[in-house]
Design a protein around this ligand. Structure first.
Ligand SMILES: [Ca+2]
Ligand SMILES: [Ca+2]
Ligand SMILES: [Ca+2]
Length: 187
């Protein structure tokens, strides 16, 4: 009689060997976190109809967007590629302007965005979605509104020496556990 009740327990109780095997099975679940951290991903850039659209993927994207003598440049950092290529991309030629909107959505992952020193004919819209993201906007000008929404995660936003001019001006939504610094002109 006792043996009938003991057998099921003896079958389900893990032996030391089985426990070791189960521990080994758990190890690979930790390793992909390291490899995921190394994935810098890619952002796609499209300039059409006076609007510049930049879409990141689910990996950690880091990009700088700035203007120099070659035009408005999108440059990846920390291994992030732009339109599948490493190195800076001239997104807007020097004789062209962003006469409409600048739309950026970096999606999931821990993303980093730096905008520096150029003007936009209408709105600047930035979404960074989930992940711990950072957005820095310095010496920018939008004739329309500026909207920054950073989604979940512990995000930081800095808007410095920047001008916006529309009925909604500047809107920053960082959720919670965030840090924000603003200094600019909102007409
Ligand atoms: Ca993100
Ligand atoms: Ca991303
Ligand atoms: Ca976020």
């Amino acid at each position: 009689m006792f043996s009938l009740f003991k057998k099921p327990f003896s079958k389900t109780r893990p032996t030391p060997a089985r426990r070791e095997s189960q521990t080994s099975l758990l190890r690979p679940r930790i390793e992909p976190l390291e490899s995921r951290r190394m994935m810098a991903g890619d952002v796609s850039v499209l300039f059409a109809d006076g609007s510049l659209d930049i879409i990141g993927d689910g990996a950690d994207n880091a990009i700088y967007i700035y203007e120099n003598t070659t035009g408005i440049v999108v440059e990846g950092a920390n291994g992030t590629t732009v339109n599948g290529v490493a190195g800076p991309l001239v997104a807007v030629p020097p004789l062209s302007k962003i006469t409409n909107d600048l739309n950026i959505d970096l999606n999931g992952g821990d993303d980093s965005l730096v905008l520096f020193g150029f003007s936009v004919g209408d709105d600047i819209t930035v979404f960074t979605d989930g992940g711990h993201d950072s957005v820095a906007m310095t010496q920018m000008q939008a004739d329309g509104e500026i909207l920054v929404v950073t989604g979940g995660g512990s995000d930081s936003v800095a808007v410095i020496a920047t001008t916006a001019g529309d009925e909604d001006d500047l809107t920053v939504d960082t959720g919670r556990a965030t840090m924000m610094c603003c200094c600019g002109t909102w007409r």
